[in-house]
Design a protein around this ligand. Structure first.
Ligand code: SF4
Length: 460
């Protein structure tokens, strides 16, 4: 393994990133667009970018991910990609018949200065967009930000285009999902249903990237937020955004455009973040919390209490996306675990503040960093300095886990070597139990594998 040569000496780096803890913007834009019903994501750039983005999503979700590309050649790279996109729009509507094309840019099209808004407007003016069909766009240059930024930019693009304000206020709440799995989107809808709050979830990749085997291929599966639902969001009572990084831009856009007030809460990962989400939703919908939800909460608290002895004091290294790992870190500290090393390749100035709020008193020794140089190398070096009991993050952590012989729980994007994330949620109280089960399984498997014979236990 190449990583065996990693040393514990951390050197200040200004430009170099080694094994980034993030991926590129258009992947997020593509994922957000797939959560709209009848939408075909379109990559304005070269075929290579589009292939990579599609394959990254396909490998994670184990579903075929469709997207089209402007298919830049040397000529378009020099003279601009307008002609390619105009032709692509005509061809896509004629051949693939989507309701919506969601165009995102790439490093190349951004570098040469293509203006997506201007090209799409020209396509409309020239009648290349059939009646009743739509094009949305987002700028997603991958030399800044991360896949989370791309997701947020596309979500903003969707909200800029669809919601409309009429005189008829609707008794419904907009739920803007941060980047979570299809299973989580399904769970968010179940939780809103338990509360009896009518909601519009945007985007919604359930029944898009977790479709059943039916024997026939559907280019546009039955899931995804529908156009009428997106239009109606302009008349909702309130917007709740799940995750500052993924949803704030869209929530602000919707407020500015349609005067729908918003509140941003964490993605409901773990006990307290789920409490905050449920309370926010109950308050916005003016409903009380049903006993069935209180029972779910109680079951999570019960598992934590039962298994606390295995969790107490365990040192954890975590990497991933801010909206996902911030509530997870809070959850770990609630179980008396110690998240000591934290990296996220996604930039954002609130990261340090949020982590500090959670950890400054309970885990003062924690090291954390976000942005381009907050990479897997840095996390490995910290682990070399003083080891941890557990690593939590996407598949790329398996190299460190193997080299250092540390238990590893896969969470985040991408997961390329396991299944389950599309089907078993990690949000909500039930999701909390799922996270606990994964953590305890990893810790106990390690104990079974490494304990001396005299302390090898049948019952744990
Ligand atoms: S980083 Fe840029 S060039 Fe590379 S795949 Fe992503 S968009 Fe394309």
């Amino acid at each position: 393994m190449l990583l065996r040569h990693t040393t514990d000496k951390v050197k200040e780096r200004k430009a170099l990133t080694v094994n980034p803890a993030k991926t590129c913007q258009p992947i997020g834009a593509m994922y957000a667009a797939l959560g709209i019903h009848g939408c075909l994501p379109h990559s304005h750039g070269s075929q290579g970018c589009c292939s990579y983005h599609r394959s990254a999503l396909t490998k994670h979700y184990k579903e075929p991910v469709m997207a089209s590309t402007s298919s830049f050649t040397e000529g378009s790279s020099v003279f601009g990609g307008q002609a390619n996109l105009m032709t692509a729009i005509e061809n896509i509507f004629a051949i693939y018949e989507p309701e919506i094309i969601a165009v995102h840019s790439t490093c190349l099209s951004e570098t040469i200065g293509d203006d997506l808004g201007q090209i799409v407007a020209k396509a409309r003016d020239e009648g290349k967009v059939p009646f009743g069909k739509h094009i949305i766009q987002a700028s997603t240059p991958s030399y800044v930000g991360s896949h989370v930024t791309g997701y947020a930019n596309m979500l903003e693009g969707i909200v800029r285009y669809f919601p409309e304000k009429t005189d008829e206020k609707k008794r419904q709440i907009n739920l803007l999902a941060g980047w979570v799995e299809p299973s989580d989107m399904r769970e968010l809808k179940r939780l809103a249903g338990l509360l009896k709050v009518k909601s519009v979830l945007l985007p919604d990749t359930s029944d898009v990237l977790d479709t059943p085997m039916t024997g026939s291929y559907e280019m546009y599966p039955k899931g995804g937020t529908t156009i009428p639902d997106m239009i109606s969001m302009g008349d909702s009572m309130k917007t709740i955004g799940l995750g500052d990084w993924g949803t704030r831009k869209a929530a602000v856009m919707l407020d500015n455009k349609c005067k729908v007030p918003f509140e941003i809460v964490d993605i409901p990962v773990g006990l307290r973040a789920t409490d905050r989400f449920i309370q926010a939703l109950a308050k916005a919908g003016k409903v009380s919390i049903p006993d069935s939800l209180t029972d779910e909460r109680g079951r999570l608290v019960d598992v934590i209490t039962d298994m606390h002895q295995y969790l107490y004091g365990k040192r954890v290294a975590i990497y991933g996306d801010p909206d996902n790992i911030i509530p997870l870190i809070e959850f770990l500290t609630d179980m008396d675990m110690k998240p000591v090393y934290i990296v996220s390749g996604t930039p954002g100035k609130n990261f340090d503040k949020r982590i500090e709020e959670i950890l400054s008193e309970r885990v003062p020794e924690a090291k954390y960093k976000n942005g381009p140089q907050a990479d897997m190398l840095l996390m490995h070096q910290w682990i070399k300095q003083e080891p941890v009991d557990l690593i939590i993050g996407n598949t790329y952590g398996k190299y460190i886990s193997r080299d250092e012989n540390i238990p590893f729980v896969r969470m985040g994007f991408p997961i390329l070597d396991r299944v389950g994330h599309s089907y078993f949620p990690t949000v909500g109280y039930m999701g909390g139990i799922r996270i606990l089960e994964k953590i305890l399984g990893a810790i106990m498997d390690y104990q079974d594998a490494t304990s001396p014979e005299e302390s090898f236990e049948l019952t744990m």
